[in-house]
Design a protein around this ligand. Structure first.
Ligand SMILES: [Zn+2]
Length: 346
């Protein structure tokens, strides 16, 4: 049965481009659509693989994979929430906000007290959803967006940062996103520039001297170009209001345009046994699994150790935003590490 391209719908086989190693899964192929050039890990990962990928250690600085820097960035989310609250206020005094991929809930926790909007999250990691509820009392649905069963036409603003590249079915995911949004509602997406993501992997792969594979350390499954993103969002039923390239300095290094690129794609042995997934986590009223409590305590300690008063000071927020703006360009110049899109539901 053909599995059509998410971007152009072509049903033909995607041709193999690069073999890589994915934590807990093993060797995977990044393939390319002959119709539109879209690159993606195929065949798509089964749900069980996602449970292993986004186990409790995904947010652990000590782990060899995953979003290890997350706990260190606690205060960055205070800053993001500060500007997001202003953006929401400009739209309406109240509304319904959803963050898909809410991770440990840092943004939700920072946003809820400073906005008149209802704030909710969706998170695929059982540990992440539990942590956000336990530590912050955040309203987080556990699972993929398609599993959350959210009502139609409900949300006025949806945020998806560093998410689209992780989902197994990007088109289906965006269709579900659109379904739960009210008409005219806004969706903000930050997702990598696929070329900046893949160029280092190609370099590592070309330079290898044995059978080892470049490691897909961040578990990105889709690699979008600017044109492919525009096509996909328009096709699903969104109007693109803005598309910017952000992270220009990192992007230029990853693309090899300027020197200074450090290998962020270490090699993995092809035969390395896949680590076992953690036991299924307790949901709802069940007891907290002991490894979770330990992991959560470690994250709390890391957050506390990283805290600096100046980083919670609004003038510092504005300073950091200025620095970030100087590191952004119109999306036509696809030389950043990421794309930053703002779209609305048609
Ligand atoms: Zn295609």
């Amino acid at each position: 049965m053909p599995d059509p391209c998410d971007v152009c719908g072509a049903a033909g086989d995607m041709r193999p481009l690069l073999e890589a190693a994915l934590h807990g899964v093993g060797a995977v192929w990044i393939r390319q659509c002959a119709g539109c050039g879209f690159r993606q890990v195929r065949p798509r990962l089964p749900p069980a693989a996602l449970d292993v990928l986004y186990g409790a250690d995904y947010f652990d600085s000590a782990a060899a994979h995953g979003f290890a820097g997350y706990a260190r960035q606690r205060q960055r989310y205070e800053r993001d929430a500060y500007f997001l609250a202003r953006e929401l206020r400009r739209i309406a005094p109240a509304g319904r906000f959803l963050e898909v991929g809410s991770a440990l809930g840092f943004l939700l926790a920072a946003l809820a007290p400073i906005t008149g909007w209802d704030v909710e999250g969706v998170e695929v990691s059982s540990f992440g959803a539990w942590y956000a509820r336990d530590r912050f009392g955040a309203a987080v649905h556990r699972g993929a967006l398609e599993e959350a069963g959210l009502p139609a036409d409900a949300f006025d603003y949806v945020l998806q940062k560093d998410l689209l590249e992780h989902v197994t079915h990007p088109r289906r995911h965006l269709e579900e996103t659109r379904r739960i949004m009210r008409r005219g509602g806004r969706l903000r997406v930050v997702t990598p520039n696929g070329e900046a993501d893949l160029r280092p992997l190609h370099r590592v792969s070309a330079a290898r001297e044995n059978d080892d594979l470049p490691r897909l350390g961040q578990a990105h499954l889709s690699f979008f170009s600017r044109a492919q993103l525009l096509r996909l969002f328009e096709d699903v039923g969104f109007r693109v209001l803005r598309l910017r390239s952000i992270g220009i300095r990192r992007g230029l290094r990853a693309l090899g345009v300027v020197p200074g690129w450090r290998s962020r794609a270490p090699m993995a042995q092809r035969e390395a046994p896949a680590p076992r997934g953690r036991p299924a986590a307790a949901e709802g009223g069940g007891p907290t699994p002991a490894p979770w409590a330990e992991q959560a305590a470690r994250i709390d300690a890391e957050v506390a150790a990283q805290h600096r008063a100046v980083r919670s000071w609004p003038p510092y927020f504005h300073y950091r935003r200025l620095v970030k703006r100087l590191d952004a360009l119109p999306g036509r110049l696809a030389i950043g590490q990421d794309f930053d899109l703002l779209v609305e539901k048609r």
